[in-house]
Ligand binder design. Structure first.
Ligand SMILES: Cc1cc2nc3c(=O)[nH]c(=O)nc-3n(C[C@H](O)[C@H](O)[C@H](O)COP(=O)(O)O)c2cc1C
Length: 167
């Protein structure tokens, strides 16, 4: 796996997805790790509902960085929270922001509160739309982010994706 150049890209508002991304990064020999920030400002009162509405509509949002060149990487890993049963507008925007992703293998992971809905299917269709090959997806309940068994399961998915690319 170490011979593979991996790029982990994630979005996280309250730290759960960041936590998993950092564990995964450590287990994969510290590959490139990119956090995507949602630049939209939401009113305090309507924050939750507005974000749900945007996510449910599979909208994108302005993000930083606005362009992500992955042409030098062999495997892309994307991590997102689940909002309204979907990956977030920021990770959707990150997919749109990728440069040089055509034909590349991708793995997705999602942290959620127990209702991930059809987020994995949504993610798969977005990736296919960018010409990427989905090699695995995994949902992790927020109560399991410290669960070593779950981290190992995710590392195994990434390792298998690497082995398949090497083959
Ligand atoms: C706007 C919003 C919508 C959410 N919608 C869902 C949902 O539909 N299903 C679910 O299981 N969890 C939902 N959650 C919980 C988050 O997915 C969960 O807390 C996640 O781990 C947050 O990741 P983060 O800490 O990296 O931001 C929602 C959270 C927010 C803020």
């Amino acid at each position: 796996m170490m011979s593979m150049k991996i790029c982990i890209i994630y979005h996280s508002e309250t730290g759960n997805t960041r936590h998993v991304a950092q564990h995964l990064s450590a287990a994969c020999g510290e590959p490139r790790l990119i956090e995507v920030h949602d630049l939209a400002t939401y009113s305090h009162l309507t924050r939750f509902l507005t974000r749900c509405k945007k996510a449910r509509g599979e909208e994108t949002t302005a993000i930083e960085p606005s362009s992500i060149d992955v042409s030098g990487f062999d495997l892309i890993v994307l991590g997102s929270p689940i909002w309204a049963f979907k990956p977030t507008p920021a990770i959707h925007a990150a997919l749109d922001a990728l440069k040089g992703c055509d034909g590349k293998p991708v793995v997705g992971f999602f942290t959620h509160g127990g209702m991930p809905g059809t987020s994995e299917a949504t993610f798969t269709s977005w990736c296919k739309g960018r010409g990427m090959q989905v090699r695995g997806t995994m949902g992790i309940h927020m109560k399991d982010i410290e669960n070593e068994k779950k981290t190992k399961e995710l590392v195994a998915i990434v390792t298998a994706a690497c082995a398949r690319k090497d083959a």
